[in-house]
Design a binder for this molecule. Structure first.
Ligand code: MF3
Ligand code: CO
Length: 256
């Protein structure tokens, strides 16, 4: 069942979304050559607690890993796709890209968003990877409209990514969001005909999160049981926004 939110509930999700936006904005300033991914974690944890919010990821049980996640952020560098863990030894260097993904719970409602940022100057193919992934998210956001179907959103990401010579990750997907971090429906970045294709209705909220590999689509999980990396070692980019279906069209909750 896909939960539909009232306007009052969407206003609460908006507050969570804007907090996540402010955190990611601050972290993008900190993410420079010489900083560590743990520096990002420390800053994010303070912002969440100063705002009187709860982290969405820390303490979240993931069956595949067999344990709770230990951090407020996922920081996934270069060939890491998602669920990279902040590490005081992981010093960011010129040419790296880092996906910073965070979520919060405020007044009972979740917000969840991610950006991938370049460290210093990155190569032209890597700039294209970031651009195409960001564009795929924007094009998909525009499909989050009452009367459209879920596959319109999923297929838009897939089409834009594959037509630019990149590939979408299949092992990890976007999701509904609200009083739970992960609600129905799953939002794959490709059309998965094994799933249902519900019509989108006002009040639904989707976390749309393209995960795009420069090379082959396959993902493998490292021995740490969390970090998903590309099997071929190619770079991977990730952007995410929470988007509500409203009578006025898509409402991106996780940016002003
Ligand atoms: N943005 C990701 C998601 O929505 C991150 C979850 S990390 C976890 O699934 F540890 F909380 F699982
Ligand atoms: Co998410």
């Amino acid at each position: 069942m896909i939960v539909r939110k009232t306007t009052a509930e969407l206003e609460k999700m908006r507050r969570s979304g804007l907090l996540v936006f402010e955190i990611l904005r601050k972290l993008q300033e900190i993410a420079v050559e010489g900083a560590t991914t743990m520096d990002l974690e420390v800053a994010a944890e303070k912002m969440i607690s100063d705002a009187g919010a709860r982290p969405a990821f820390k303490g979240y049980y993931v069956p595949a890993a067999g344990q709770d996640y230990k951090f407020v952020l996922c920081t996934s560098v270069n060939e890491e796709i998602v669920h990279g863990m902040p590490n005081p030894k992981r010093v960011l260097k010129k040419g790296d890209i880092v996906s910073i993904d965070t979520g919060v719970k405020l007044d009972g409602y979740y917000g969840d968003s991610a950006v991938t940022v370049p460290i210093g100057e990155v190569s032209e193919p890597v700039r294209k990877l970031l651009r195409v992934t960001r564009e795929a998210l924007e094009l998909a956001i525009d499909r989050v409209r009452a009367g459209n179907r879920l596959f319109d959103v999923c297929g838009t990401v897939e089409q834009h990514v594959t037509s630019n010579g990149f590939s979408v990750v299949r092992e990890y997907v976007g999701h509904g969001i609200g009083t739970q971090l992960h609600e129905e429906p799953q939002v794959p970045n490709y059309v998965d005909r094994r799933n249902e294709n519900p019509r989108l209705k006002e009040g639904m909220v989707l976390a749309v999160e393209p995960m795009v590999n420069a090379g082959r689509p396959e993902a493998v999980v490292r021995k740490d049981r969390w970090t998903a990396v590309t099997k071929d070692g190619s770079y991977s980019a990730h952007f995410e926004h929470c988007v509500a279906v409203t009578e006025n069209g898509p409402w991106v909750l996780t940016r002003p």
